[in-house]
Design a protein around this ligand. Structure first.
Ligand code: NAD
Ligand code: MG
Length: 310
């Protein structure tokens, strides 16, 4: 392996996601210090800062003129997807919690720097009224909708089932499953043939951690929902797929997603030996959103550093 294949793209603006590299070294092998924030967490308080592709993602017109609504678009995977979609030529409506305005502003500036429109629609996805208004606001702001990314998620670890409160179980399902249902239902009448729906699942759908019972159960639900809905909507020319990330360094993890003491080794047990960066997820969403994946329906695309998955 030449020295040139070991690199950190965030520190080398000359390189992009197409540059030949050893994937084990393409992004830094992080060992984050123990840290904690209240959920949903903010990017600027993270050490190290996640890489959403600011300096590396190169667009090539794959989503020219498309109109996308992305939930959880302020940070982590959703932010990387928003940035990539914009650089591929799409306008973006962003859903996030009002407390995440600082992260959202950062992402919106990147979208606008790419010459695309950013439509902010903050609110709480556990509220069905917001979910419905979100779709209307996105369509008004974008002048239509043809990509829906249900990506927002709640993950709060809990060691013992006896300590898993009814409220948490309810909030996890509302955020991860019900909001996907409410938003998709509201959006469907507006989606023309050619539109794409992409839901964020997880490796947890197949390899549930003992401390993430509520979360893992929602992710299995998201896979089933996506595969069933894909069949229902295929005759209408609307494709539904899912992306299932492995351990990715995002605000979700230091804000109760993992025990604090687990963070220094986060992601190191994957075959690739490191955690993933949000930037590494974006190409999967771009592929599933674009017409180039026309024959891909009901698929769960695993982006997890090599953990075996069905
Ligand atoms: P993240 O914290 O950056 O993004 C999650 C987002 O969900 C937040 O930014 C927030 O805007 C949104 N959200 C949470 N509760 C909400 C609510 N009640 N109302 C409105 N928005 C709400 O973390 P991420 O890891 O990028 O998460 C994105 C998706 O990826 C989630 O579905 C998560 O389950 C999934 N995922 C993450 C990992 C990982 O290791 N980070 C692994 C597998 C799957
Ligand atoms: Mg966030």
């Amino acid at each position: 392996m030449s020295e040139d294949t070991g690199r950190d793209m965030s520190e080398d603006p000359g390189k992009d996601q197409y540059t030949f590299a050893n994937p084990a070294q393409q992004y830094p092998a992080i060992a984050p210090p123990e840290q904690h924030q209240e959920a949903p967490g903010l990017t600027e308080q993270m050490e190290p800062r996640p890489d959403i592709g600011e300096s590396s993602y190169r667009g090539s017109g794959r989503l020219t003129g498309r109109k996308a609504l992305i939930t959880g678009a302020d940070s982590g995977i959703g932010a990387a997807v928003a940035l990539a979609f914009a650089r591929e030529g799409a306008d973006i409506a962003l859903s996030y919690l009002p407390s995440e305005e600082a992260d959202a502003q950062y992402v919106m500036a990147l979208i606008e720097a790419a010459g695309r429109k950013a439509v902010p629609v903050p609110g709480d996805l556990t509220d069905p009224l917001y979910c419905r208004e979100l779709v209307g606001a996105a369509i008004n702001g974008l002048g239509g909708l043809d990509i829906l990314v249900n990506n927002a998620g709640k993950q709060s670890f809990c060691e013992r089932l006896e300590d898993l409160s009814d409220d948490q179980f309810d909030e996890t399902f509302k955020t991860n499953v019900y909001a996907m249902f409410w938003i998709t239902k509201e959006a469907l009448p507006h989606l023309l043939p050619g539109s794409s729906i992409i839901n964020t699942s997880s490796i947890e759908a197949y390899q549930p951690s003992p401390i993430l019972l509520d979360y893992a159960t929602t992710k299995a639900s998201i896979n089933a929902f996506s595969k069933g809905l894909a069949q229902q909507l295929a005759p209408r020319g609307i494709r539904v797929n899912a992306v299932a990330p492995g351990p990715i360094w995002t605000p979700l993890q230091p804000s109760g997603g993992q025990p604090t003491e687990a963070l220094p080794t986060f992601g190191q047990s994957t075959p690739l030996g490191r955690a993933g960066q949000p930037a590494e997820l974006a190409p999967a969403y771009v592929f599933l959103a674009s017409a180039e994946s026309s024959y891909v329906l009901g698929e769960t695309l695993n982006v997890n550093g090599g953990m075996p998955s069905p």
